[in-house]
Every structure is written in C-alpha cells, then in structure tokens.
Design a protein around this ligand. Structure first.
Ligand SMILES: Cc1ncc(COP(=O)(O)O)c(C=O)c1O
Length: 936
C-alpha cells in the first residue's frame, strides 16, 4: 500500500467521479515517459529531469491504483523498477500497454494484459485472466476483499481465490484488497468494476491514503448514523455503510465469532451471506458468482431468446412473427435485412409457451418486475410499454376518484392534466418559481406547497386532497429535496400520497450523489427516520414547542417533522426508462412503495387494463428487463461517467475564450435562486468545490441542479432556441433536447463518450468563429443588428403567465381560497360545438372582452412548445398576461391552438346557463343506466 503523496493537488478524493481522471493520469505518465525516451540522446541532466518528471507522474497515479485489480501490484512494481533503473523505453512500452488496456477495457478479457507488454498478442475474449484457459466470453468484475491481514498476505489470498475458478463459471472476477474501513469506502467510490464485497471482522478504521475530504465526510456521516468509532466494530458498520452507498453490491461477511448470531441480527440484513471465516472458500466463491447471476438473469429477455429459437408455427394475428412475410417478400425484404431475423423471431402475440402476459403477469414478467422492484428500491414495479405518459395516467386513475383533489405543479407534463380529466379529479395547481429571463419555470417552493395544504385544511378539504404530483427532476434539471417535501407535507396531512414523475431521473438511483433525492431513495430514508426513537422524541419536542393550535405562519416557518406514529408513507414514482437507461422507446416503469397498496391494488389493475395495450410490444418488455440488469451491474460507473462528462462540458464551454463570448451553460446559481440554496452552494464549477461540499448541498438545499441537464444559453449568440436546435441538427448532426426562447437543453446520459463532447465543443467553436467573421465582415451595421437581436432574445422576454383561476361554473365555491376546479366538465363541455366560440388572437374583440367582459374561458389545453406547459387549461379564465404572452410567442408549435380559427373558448351563453345540479347528474346517470339495461 502506498503512503501519502507529496502534492496535495493529487488527492484521491478530489471530486466524486474518477474513471476519466484515472485514464488521464495514465496518459500523462505515458506522455512523460515518451518525452523521457526521446531525450535519450540529450544531456544527462535533461534525461534526469525527464526521468524525475516520469517518476512524479507515476507517484501521482500510483496511489489510485490500490483500488483496482488491474494493472495490479506486480505490473506496478515492474513499472516502478523500470523508472527507477532509468529504462525509458521499457517504461514507455509498459505504460502504453497498461493505458491501452484500461482505455479499451481489454484487461477484462485478455490474459496478455495481465502479464505485461512482452506477451504475444492474444485475441480478446478467449482467455480467462489468471488461468490461461480458453473460454467463451464471460463478464468480468472485481471483488473488494476487506481484510485485517497485512498487505503482505494479499497476494497469497488472491491466488487462493483464483485457484477456485472453474471452467463452468459464467463470470470471472479478480480481488482488490483494502485493510480498513476508509479504504474500503474509497474503493467502493472509486472502482466501478466492483460488484461484491467480502468483509472480514477485525478491520481498523483509518486509511493510509491522503484523503482529508473523505475523512471529514465519513466522520460526519458516522456521527450522523450513530456508528461508534470507538468500539472497534467497524466491519458491520462498513457493511451497512456500503449498502447505503451502493445498494446493488453483494456483501459477504466473514466472522470469527458466532456467525449465526450475526445472521440473525437485523443490522445484518444488508449482508447476503455470513461465513465462519474462510471455512468454506469454494462456497464463498460460488456465492459471489450466484449473487452476480441473480442480477445478470433477465427472466423475460432470457425466455424470449429461447422462444425465438424454437420452431414455432403461428396461427395468431401477427404476420411479422417469424418474419416469413418479410423475408419471402418481393418488396419489403429490406426491412428484414435492416432489422435482422431475431427481431421477427422474437415477435409474438402469445402469452404462453414461455412468454407471459403483461396485463396479468404470473411468470417471467412477474419475476422481471420483482427484480426491477429490488433494483429500484420499490415494493412493486409495473412495466409499461406506452411511455410515462401512460404510466402517469394509470397511477392517477388508480389513486383518484371524481371529486378528489389532485395537487399538481401546473408546469408538469401534459399527461398529468389529462390524468386529472380522466379521473375526474379537481386539479389544484401550485406554481413553480419562474425563470423569466430564460422563459422557463423552476420547481415549486416548499413554502407554496405547505401554504396550499394549510389553506385546504382551513377550508376543511384536506381529506379530499389525495395525491400530490411533482416532477423530479424537472425538464430543466431542478431536483427537489424529496425527503423534506414529503416529510413536511406528511406533517400536515399524514396520509397524503405522492406521485413523483421522474421521467428524466430514473438513472439517478445509481448515483449515491442523487439517490437521496429520488422518490424511492427519499422514501427509504424517511422509512428509517420514522422508525428511529430519536425522531419520535424530536417530533414530541416539536409538538410541544408548536403547542396545540399553531398559526399558519409558525407552521410555514418551522421545518416540520411528521408524526411518526401516524404517517402512512405512500410513494409512487414513474420513470421513462427509455429516457435514461438502455431501454427501447416507450419503455417505462411505475414504482410503488406504499404500505397501503393492498387497498388500491384492484383499482391499480383496473387502471392497467384501461391504459395498457392488449398487444404490448415484447421487445420493449425485454428491454425493460435488460435495462434493469445493466443498471444493477454497471449503472454506478455509467452514471458517474455521465455526470463527469456533463461537468466537462460545463467547464469547457464556460471557460473557452471564444465559445464563452457567445454561449454559456447556466450554473446552479442561475437556475436556483439563493434563497433555495441554504448551504451556500453556488455551482459545481466554483473554485474550491469538492464532492463532499456538493454532497452536503445535495442533502441540505431546497433545490439542486442535476449536473447532466445543461441549459446552454444561445440567445447571446443571436439564436433563439428552436433556430439553434434546428441548425445543430441540420448542419452538424447534433441532436438535443428541448428549447426555450434563448436557450437549448443538452443532456448527457449513459451513452455519451468523450468524443461526443469533443465534437460538441468543436461545433461551438466553429459557430463562434462564424459569428466573429460575420460581425467583422459586416462591420457596424452587422454589429448593430446582432446586438439588437441579442437584446430581443435576452432582455425583451415575455413574463410567464401564472395560472389564473377556473371560471366560477367549474368551482364548487367561488369564494374558496384554494383554486381547484372541475376541469373535466370544462373539457367535455367543449365537445359540443354550440357551447364554444373562436376568437382570433389579434382581434380587438379579445381586448374588448378582457376589459368589459364577459370573461374569456378556455375550452381546451393550449400548450406552446417551447416552453411546453399549458398556458391555458379547460375552464381557465384567460387574463391579459396570458394573451400578451400568446401574442409575443414566436414559436410555430402550439398544441390546442389553430391560428386560422383563433382561440377556442367556452361561449358566454353556455357559461351563463344553469350548472347541472347534483340531481341532474344523478338523473342523467340513471337514464344512462336504464338505457344500458334496456340494451342488455
Ligand atoms: C416530466 C415528464 N413526464 C412524463 C413524460 C412522458 O414520458 P414518455 O415520453 O415516456 O411518455 C415526459 C416527456 O417528455 C416528461 O417530460
């Protein structure tokens, strides 16, 4: 084990993601070695300087390498010896072969990489490292062995584990060693190849590595989680800590005292298996492989592959199944060639014969969903093949009945508004804070949320407020403090149900940085909190302090604790698996963590039956299964990389001397007002920022910014968002996400590489050069025109219109302080043409009506893209600001608005007509019933 490095800049814990930095360090060493080698004919002093530089570069990377199996102690020793002995050529060769193996990951399959550069080249994928035996491809992973045995014994221990390998093993692993708690945590953070951890009892705490930030962080966390450093019992604490950090890891425990006691201890629930020391090394080996197989197995995908290989005659209604109508066709054979035979072999409308039914799963879909539930930390998971648009409507239909109140961010995805219409629930819109300059909304402040709940309470309507729907993260990357929102809401209404629309945020589960801010991650934290006696005590204290009837002001200003004896923690999450994981388009999941799920289970199935196609796409189901496998096995590394790449883009754009003249990526400080960043966090790029501070901010602040969602301001380069997006697609083959008036949204995900980033930066440089040239060639007139365009885009921005109110007819009580409304009646009222009217947007009639009435009431949803939220919903009173916003909009795509016809409104005659009374409704329902009885 190496000791503390000389230069503090080379700290192991510089920032929270390391894979790319590691490659860079190897590249730097290689570069230094090449310069040294090239200096062979120069003065001895210069050669010595280059040797010293190579040695320094080696020392810098050396400390990281303890946490990885490859290149391992032997190769590192050889490298160190070559540097020390002045062998520049040998150093270059070895550094070259190691860095190539790391970059291409070839060491995972090639024996040659493990034996140094002198070995003959062996083709990748045909040998097992350590055995030399020929085999077919076996996925490679690493196992962290945390042992109190001195590092001198590690090589023997590693050999012992390697000897257990058998040709029938489906996977292959190499051990990595750590001798103490801190190093084990560092290993789990740094090494994305780790899939399992073996912990021996008797380990010590402190690391020999120089990692002050980590130490501070661990100390804070250990203090917070009541792990007593003085007892010396770090092994169990480590198991628990690692499980929090990376829940997907399998943890094995080697105890030298009463293993059966530990196996029965609730604190040991995080441990997959307890062994009595190394009594049964083969059992340990098999258990490790079994743990991986459990994650690797994709029951539905595996069965679908088997099904596809069987000679099946199909007499059902799906001609493409087996592909004969395609491959034998005179005219559509190219479709078969393009997609390949397997797609058609794996097409079926059958739900038997090894397949299962998505609507009523009892076989492998059921198991696949159970595995997904485990992976995502939910009680239940439903696979959905029609996107999160459908998942949202399913959850809302299942949980809401007509007349229930649904609290929802007005700026949410349109599926929620339609969900309210379908369920007949009354939406009560809560407003997010506006980011007017960028024509977008942020997220809904907790104070607004609490206020609306308190208003409902004051009006004795709290019992009707069933469901709270929020988008996390928002399209533009605002992440809620999910734990705090739920905790404080539950303090006011202990059984409020939450639906977190995490369409964009499914991947977040696999980053310890993000997990606590996901629906399932926060629910797990709250579950632990509500069981903690200290929390019960704190709640009682707060109750005493607030007294029997606290004022709303006191409740708004207090960080409320929920009554742990009364709360029902009912959390639902929807995620577009296809948006952030390796899943085919439209693959989505509904996650359920609800102790009262059994009370809504029937409704849930009804909702599935209502919305799910009876012909779900098998490939989408299979890809949901596979996406889960991938994330459970390599999600940690992939998500880390996506974060790292996003940080790189942020840094490169904002610090590039030319690009930053015209473009800028908005930092957290520009996306989130100071009042919501209590920790004092400014931005990820702020000098002095390290991951521990970022973690604290993520824990503490009301809102955080998802690093991977990058708002690139292009208005300052004279482009509106749509124009810039189209230009990037047409001229540079770069596709991106949404746009606003003066910005575009870029996103990194698990698919991106550093080359993608290089391409993006290159394009931005080219565009910036183009602007420079145009301004220089065009002289003053061009510069004036450019400045005017920039001003128009960046300064003359329309105010974002708030939700006004529902027209009285659609409100139960027009003097109510809460604004929920019967949107469904308004929606269906528009189905009768005679109840509607159209007014041209620019017509004077609109201004006259705004001034003198009668009020303008929207007949439908009007959703401009961008910004993509409904500026009008059915039944909403339209005010001057909304009209002004509409008139200033210069976007082409406005759903629900036809410029040739004008705005569709509910007409004054209809609005004045008597509202159907409860009796009328009952009468209509009775008539309908009688009619259907007659038809029967
Ligand atoms: C917040 C949010 N929820 C739901 C959806 C719908 O997801 P899907 O495209 O999977 O139907 C979207 C789509 O953009 C979205 O942004």
């Amino acid at each position: 084990m190496s000791t503390a490095p000389k230069a503090p800049a080379a700290r192991v814990d510089q920032f929270f993601t390391v894979a790319e930095v590691r490659f860079d360090r190897w590249r730097s060493l290689l570069q230094a070695a090449r310069v040294w080698e090239a200096a062979a004919t120069r003065q001895p002093s210069e050669r010595e300087n280059q040797q010293a530089a190579t040695s320094a570069s080696f020392q810098e990377l050396r400390q990281w390498e303890d946490f990885f199996a490859y290149p391992g102690e032997a190769l590192l020793r050889t490298l160190g010896e070559r540097i020390a002995s002045g062998d520049a050529t040998g150093t270059t060769h070895l550094a070259q072969s190691i860095s190539t193996a790391l970059l291409t990951h070839s060491y995972r399959t090639s024996l040659a990489d493990w034996e140094g550069e002198e070995q003959p080249a062996i083709s990748f994928g045909d040998r097992v490292p350590g055995t030399g035996e020929e085999t077919q491809y076996r996925p490679y992973f690493e196992v962290l062995v945390v042992s109190p045995a001195g590092s001198a014994k590690w090589a023997d221990l590693a050999q012992e584990l390697r000897r257990l390998r058998r040709s029938q093993d489906k996977f292959i692993y190499e051990p990595v060693f750590a001798g103490n708690f801190e190093d084990a945590v560092l290993g789990a953070i740094l090494n994305g190849n780790l899939e399992a951890v073996v912990i021996y009892e008797g380990i010590s705490f402190a690391s020999s590595h120089y990692s002050p930030v980590l130490r501070e962080f661990l100390t804070a966390h250990l203090a917070a989680s009541n792990i007593n450093k003085d007892t010396g019992q770090f092994a169990l604490a480590l198991a628990q800590g690692l499980k929090l950090l990376r829940p997907e890891l399998d943890i094995y425990f080697l105890s030298d005292r009463e293993p059966e006691k530990l196996a029965g201890d609730v604190r040991g629930a995080c441990i997959r298996r307890v062994f009595y020391q190394v009594e049964e090394p083969l059992e340990l080996h098999l258990s490790i492989l079994d743990g991986i197989a459990d994650r690797y197995n994709t029951p539905y995908f595996d069965n679908l592959q088997k099904y596809a290989q069987r000679p099946i005659g199909t007499f059902h209604a799906l001609p493409v199944a087996r592909g004969k109508s395609i491959f034998k066709s005179n005219w559509i054979r190219d479709m078969g060639q393009f997609y390949g035979l397997n797609l058609f072999l794996a097409e079926s409308s059958a739900t038997t014969g090894g397949l299962d039914s998505l609507l009523e799963p009892t076989g492998n879909i059921k198991v696949a969903q159970e595995k997904a539930a485990r992976a995502f930390g939910a009680d239940h998971v439903f696979f959905v093949t029609n996107g999160t648009s459908t998942s949202n409507k399913m959850v809302e239909q299942a949980l809401l009945a007509p007349g229930d109140i649904m609290l929802v961010d007005r700026n949410c995805h349109k599926s929620h508004h339609y969900g309210a219409v379908i369920a007949g629930a009354l939406p009560l819109y809560v407003e997010a804070y506006p980011l007017t300059q960028y024509s977008m909304y942020g997220a809904v402040p907790l104070r607004t949320i609490k206020k609306v709940l308190l208003d409902l309470k004051a009006e004795e309507k709290l019992d009707r407020a069933w469901l709270f729907v929020l988008t996390n993260c928002t399209f533009d990357g605002h992440v809620y403090n999910v734990e705090r929102v739920m905790e404080e809401c539950l303090a006011i209404k202990p059984d409020l149900i939450f639906l977190w629309d995490e369409a964009w945020f499914g991947f977040a589960r696999w980053s310890p940085f993000y997990r606590g801010r996901t629906a399932m991650g926060a629910a797990a934290i709250l579950e632990r909190k509500f069981k903690d006696p200290a929390y019960h005590h704190a709640y009682k204290e707060q109750e005493k302090k607030l007294r029997a009837n606290p004022t709303d002001k006191a409740l708004l200003e207090t960080r409320l604790l929920a009554n742990p004896e009364r709360v029902r923690l009912r959390v639902y999450q929807t995620n577009s698996t296809h948006k952030s994981m390796s899943c085919l388009r439209q693959g989505s999941m509904v996650l359920v963590k609800d102790p009262d799920y059994h009370t809504v289970e029937e409704q849930f199935h009804e909702a599935v039956f209502t919305h799910a196609s009876t012909s779900p796409n098998l490939q989408i189901i299979a890809s949901l299964d596979v996406a889960r496998r991938q994330m459970e096995l390599e999600g940690y590394e992939l998500v880390n990389r996506a974060i790292q790449l996003a940080l790189d883009i942020r840094r490169e754009v904002n610090s590039h001397p030319l690009v930053s003249k015209y473009f800028r990526i908005l930092g957290a400080d520009e996306m989130i007002p100071t009042e919501f960043r209590n920790s004092g966090f400014v931005d990820y790029l702020t000098p002095g920022m390290n991951w521990a501070k970022a973690v604290d901010a993520f824990r503490e602040d009301e809102f955080a910014l998802d690093v991977t969602r990058l708002t690139l301001v292009c208005g300052s380069a004279g482009f509106d968002g749509t124009q810039f997006k189209n230009m990037l697609a047409a001229d540079y083959d770069i596709q991106l996400n949404k746009t606003s008036r003066n910005s575009v949204l870029l996103q990194t995900n698990i698919n991106n590489t550093r080359s993608d980033i290089a391409q993006l930066i290159k394009v931005l440089v080219q565009i910036s050069q183009g602007i420079e040239k145009k301004l220089a060639d065009g002289g003053s007139p061009a510069q004036v025109a450019f400045a005017a365009r920039v001003k128009s885009l960046m300064t003359d921005v329309p105010n974002l219109p708030n939700f006004t109110c529902f027209f009285d007819r659609f409100r139960e009580n027009s003097s109510s302080i809460t604004s929920e409304g019967d949107m469904r009646s308004a929606f269906f009222a528009a189905y009768r043409e005679k109840q509607c009217e159209h007014l041209k947007l620019l017509s004077p009639e609109i201004d006259k009506r705004l001034k003198d009435g009668p009020e303008l009431v929207s007949a439908n949803f009007v959703i401009p893209y961008p910004p993509g939220f409904p500026i009008m919903v059915p039944g909403q009173v339209i005010d001057k600001e909304t009209i002004e916003f509409m008139r200033k909009l210069d976007v082409k795509e406005i759903h629900g608005y036809d410029p040739a016809l004008g705005l569709k409104l509910l007409n004054p005659a209809f609005l004045k007509s008597a509202k159907p009374s409860a009796d009328d409704v009952t009468h209509t329902a009775k008539m309908a019933k009688r009619k259907s009885a007659a038809a029967d």
